[in-house]
Design a protein around this ligand. Structure first.
Ligand code: HEC
Length: 112
């Protein structure tokens, strides 16, 4: 009985882990998800796609980076639907990371 419960638990855990696993394109390193071909086509010509995949940002910040490249680095303008697709993909797959630092110690835990 107890073993069956444990087996079920392990099964559920591994199914959940598999659902979270992302498929990575071997050539570019991009997560394969809706919009990834737009990013493959438009974001690897001047620098490696790795510069994209190592970055994390919210949607506005991704847009700001694109605007910066358009203003200063000769990045071309996108059709609105292409830009939406790229921003959806980037903010979905490479979102801003939550702070990884611990909370500061409570006042009463600090040394005098
Ligand atoms: C026309 C050339 C060009 C294209 C195309 C291009 N970039 Fe860039 N990008 C640059 C240059 C130049 C830099 C600065 C490189 C450096 O600092 O080494 C840069 C830097 C970056 C950075 C690092 C910015 C930072 O603040 O650290 C990211 C992220 C980035 N690009 C993402 C993208 C994405 C996403 C796309 C597609 C929408 C894209 N790039 C397409 C030229 C381009």
């Amino acid at each position: 009985m107890r073993l069956a419960g444990l087996t079920l638990l392990l099964l559920v855990a591994s199914v959940e882990a598999a659902a979270e696993e992302k498929v990575i394109d071997a050539q570019t390193g991009l997560v394969i998800a809706p919009g990834w071909q737009d990013v493959r086509a438009h974001c690897g010509g001047c620098h490696s796609h790795a510069l994209v995949t190592q970055q994390r940002a919210d949607r506005d910040t991704w847009l700001a980076m694109i605007r910066w490249m358009q203003a200063t680095q000769n990045l071309w303008q996108f059709q609105p639907e292409t830009e939406q697709s790229i921003l959806d993909y980037l903010s979905e797959q490479y979102p801003a990371r939550r702070g990884q630092r611990r909370q500061p110690l409570a006042e009463d835990l600090l040394p005098p």
